[in-house]
Design a protein around this ligand. Structure first.
Ligand SMILES: O=C(O)[C@@H](CO)OP(=O)(O)O
Ligand SMILES: [Mg+2]
Length: 401
């Protein structure tokens, strides 16, 4: 029933206005699935390769589509994804592009779900899936590679860990985002938004900490449940490997100073989540920080692990981080993303499912987070391509209960 009978690939717009790959998968019994690849700006050095959309589409049409159509079953995700890997023939999807691979992989999953008449989270997670829903991490202030002339730290995140429901958590993040705007207004600080919809004011990190801490605590009082504070430092983007220092607008920190600085931030702001606080090549520094603060906060590897089981294994062996960011397009297929989540879970690492800064209205990651019982999902606070996932989470929770 789920035999793939056609795959159509096209260029569509992403949220930055760039072309990205969209795939439609059709099956013998009329099943249909559509997936679109997201795109990163602060990409990790070890990510699978995104090719320009037109080249990725041409290469996938030549190498992957003929091996899938009439041959593979959309209901068998491992088969589809292993054919994608074989068709590509490289370790990093540099032939067909991780953007073509992930779009086809997600579209096949949706076509498989469609044939079964099941929602995607049910198809991916199965009957024994847990009953939890992820806490959304909402980007409310940001800079780094996502906005010019804004904070050095890439993302200041609202984390409504005490929310009684997904919907209340989603609305709490939007309320923190709105409260930040009020506080910026009171201070007379004008602000546009960065790529993910977070406010991107021209202020230094210490002022951003003050404002977000105040916004979180105001909204916490309003809603009556706990809202934590988190960060994506995206430290690899500020690390100067030759000089061995992290470059902030107003200062530099060597690795020991960076570890002390982050540990102090965790203490001072009671941070519940710290992503990429150190360079993507420095497992040792990650291990040292995890040793110091890992019992108080999630130390999450994004550029460090790039959703890659080999890099995660290395981190597990060395005690680097205690959680992993999962971005299907970093590795190329849903199967690879699932394998990374499974390995993480086996070793007590929490998985945080994530969007990219360049996004589309695709909602696969909302289903992936529910299917895998992930404790967190990072997918922005406001903005159409972000609310697509957040609203889908609300719908899933509504349908599932
Ligand atoms: O660093 C990150 O975690 C992501 C998403 O927030 O950014 P980008 O997609 O630009 O890599
Ligand atoms: Mg990151």
């Amino acid at each position: 029933m789920t035999l793939i009978t056609d795959i159509r690939l096209r260029e569509v717009l992403d949220s930055r206005g760039n072309p990205t790959v969209e795939a439609d998968v059709l099956t013998e019994s009329g099943g249909f699935g559509r997936g679109a690849a997201p795109s990163g700006a602060s990409t990790g050095e070890y990510e699978a390769i995104e090719r320009p959309a037109n080249e990725a589409i041409a290469a996938a049409r030549e190498h992957a589509v003929p091996r899938l159509v009439g041959e593979a079953y959309a209901g068998n995700q491992r088969e589809v994804d292993s054919i994608l890997r074989a068709a590509d023939g490289t370790d990093d999807f540099s032939e067909i592009g991780a953007n073509s691979a992930v779009a086809i992989s997600m579209a096949a999953a949706k076509a498989g779900a469609d044939v079964l008449g099941a929602p995607l989270f049910q198809h991916l997670g199965g009957a024994f899936r847990g009953e939890n829903f992820p806490t959304p991490l909402g980007n409310v202030v940001g800079g780094g590679e996502h906005a010019a002339d804004a904070t050095d730290i890439q993302e200041f995140l609202s984390a409504p860990v005490g929310a009684p429901s997904v919907a209340e958590a989603v609305f709490a993040n939007a309320a923190v985002h709105a409260e930040v705007a009020d506080l910026l207004g009171e201070r007379g600080v004008p602000s546009g938004k960065g790529d993910e919809g977070a406010w991107a004011p021209s202020i230094d990190d210490s002022e951003a900490f003050e404002i977000v801490a105040e916004a979180v605590s105001t909204v916490e009082d309003d809603v009556g449940f706990e809202i934590g504070f988190g960060l994506d430092v995206a430290a690899a983007e500020m690390y100067d490997a030759d000089a061995g220092v992290y470059e902030y607008g107003d200062t530099t920190r060597d690795t020991d100073e960076q570890i002390d600085y982050i540990a102090e931030l965790v203490r001072k702001y009671d941070l519940v989540y710290v992503e990429d606080p150190l360079d993507e090549n420095d497992y040792d520094a990650f291990a040292e920080l995890t040793e110091r603060v890992g019992d108080q906060t999630l130390v999450c590897g994004d550029d460090l692990f790039v959703t890659n089981t080999e890099r995660l294994s290395e981190g597990i062996d060395r005690g680097a981080a205690n959680s992993i960011l999962i971005k299907p397009n970093q590795i190329g297929t849903l199967t690879d993303a699932f394998d990374a989540i499974e390995l993480a879970t086996e070793h007590g690492y929490d998985s945080v499912i994530s969007h990219r800064s360049g996004e589309t209205e695709d909602t696969t990651i909302a289903h992936l987070a529910v299917a895998t019982d992930a404790p967190f999902i990072k997918t922005g606070a406001v903005g159409g391509e972000r609310t697509a996932k957040l609203n889908e989470l609300i719908r899933i929770a509504d349908d599932a209960t």
